[in-house]
Design a binder for this molecule. Structure first.
Ligand SMILES: *Cc1c(COP(=O)(O)O)cnc(C)c1O
Length: 350
């Protein structure tokens, strides 16, 4: 049995005697070395951190388990979040495990069916608003201030605490910090969490340095890159379709303290990176998860030299959450009679 984030990282988390410690099996995700992909993108050593292997298929579970444990400890009856999809899936699952109500506010018609299916099957109360994520978050902030339900968006500091454990795992797996960490930036909680995790391990003497933090937004939803909120964010990468990130300041702090960057990539770059990752390494991430690889390809193409560097890309969510995108421009399949010779001929073997 996996110990889970609450037990394994008890000493680094806000666990009190009254905090329940339970797990759905989150954390301890694979760090996969991808040599063929590394060669393609001009990188010394390239590792993908597969956060899609968490119980609900995204990194959100690491933070959610802590946020929900603290909500239970505080006697909360329910939890509430705004979501582009993955936060709601995770909140709904952990609420179900603990017997809490989950109330989820989503942008109407903008959640992938896979993610919505998760929230629904776990029994969450789903409210679709005629608005975007940023507007949904505003509503959740207002309602959780006036009602006895706990906000579990990444504004909740317990979320960040849980999510920082992924940085611990990377250092434990590599024996030291990598040179670079590439990560998608949406509401900017995760880049904040990784930087916190890398910094804590460094201060404990568990790594010799800290990575440069390389955050990537989508061009149509790149408020941090552009320096102002984006009113109507638009991108194929729905998990980072956010125009006014809650953790803006801490994301730029992570960038500046680490000597990194926050840049942007186009939807075309994201989709071609998603395909390349799948074909060259057998790893299927949802579009937002391909953003870091798209960023690495972009910088490498601009002449930045990674040939002697150790690079980690965070693959934040499972590709199965958004199959429409993967199938969208797929070539037609061969359609044949159920006949050995017909198939043999079509394959060019006869
Ligand atoms: C939530 C999410 C992101 C963005 O993370 P932030 O903490 O909001 O920056 C990226 N990819 C996936 C798959 C996500 O679920």
């Amino acid at each position: 049995m996996k110990p889970g984030v609450l037990v394994k990282y008890r000493d680094s988390l806000p666990i009190a005697p009254g905090t329940p410690t339970f797990t759905l099996g989150e954390g301890d995700t694979p760090l996969v070395r991808c040599d063929r992909l590394a060669a393609k993108v001009g990188c010394g050593e390239l590792y993908l951190k597969l956060e899609g292997c968490n119980p609900t298929g995204s990194f959100k579970d690491r933070g959610m388990v802590v946020a929900v444990a603290k909500a239970v400890e505080a006697g909360s009856q329910g939890i509430m979040c705004a979501s582009t999809g993955n936060t709601s899936a995770s909140a709904a699952a952990y609420a179900a495990y603990c017997g809490l109500t989950a109330i989820i506010i989503v942008p109407g018609g903008r959640i992938t069916p896979g993610k919505l299916a998760q929230a629904v099957i776990y029994g969450a109360r789903v409210v679709a608003i005629d608005g975007n994520f940023d507007q949904a978050l505003k509503i959740v902030k207002a309602l959780t201030q006036s009602h006895p339900v706990t906000l579990v968006n990444s504004l909740n500091p317990h979320r960040i605490e849980g999510q920082k454990t992924a940085a611990f795992e990377i250092i434990d797996a590599l024996g030291d910090a990598p040179d670079y960490l590439f990560i998608p930036v949406g509401n900017a909680g995760n880049i904040t969490a990784y930087w916190k995790g890398f910094t804590e391990y460094y201060q404990q003497g568990r790594s010799r340095g800290r990575p440069r933090m390389m955050g990537f937004q989508a061009e149509g939803a790149a408020p941090i890159v552009r320096g102002h909120p984006v009113k109507e964010p638009e991108t194929v990468a729905s998990a980072i379709r956010i125009g006014n990130p809650a953790s803006w300041q801490s994301a730029t702090a992570a960038r500046d303290e680490s000597g990194g960057i926050i840049d942007m990539v186009s939807d075309d770059e994201i989709l071609s990176a998603q395909k390349l990752m799948a074909r060259e390494s057998g790893i299927f991430g949802e579009p937002a998860s391909a953003t870091p690889l798209a960023g690495l390809i972009k910088l490498s193409g601009q002449g930045m030299d990674f040939s002697a560097k150790k690079v980690v890309c965070v693959i934040t969510g499972n590709g199965l959450k958004d199959t429409d995108i993967a199938l969208k421009d797929a070539p037609p399949f061969l359609e044949l009679p159920a006949d050995v010779e017909a198939v043999e001929r079509a394959l060019g073997w006869k």
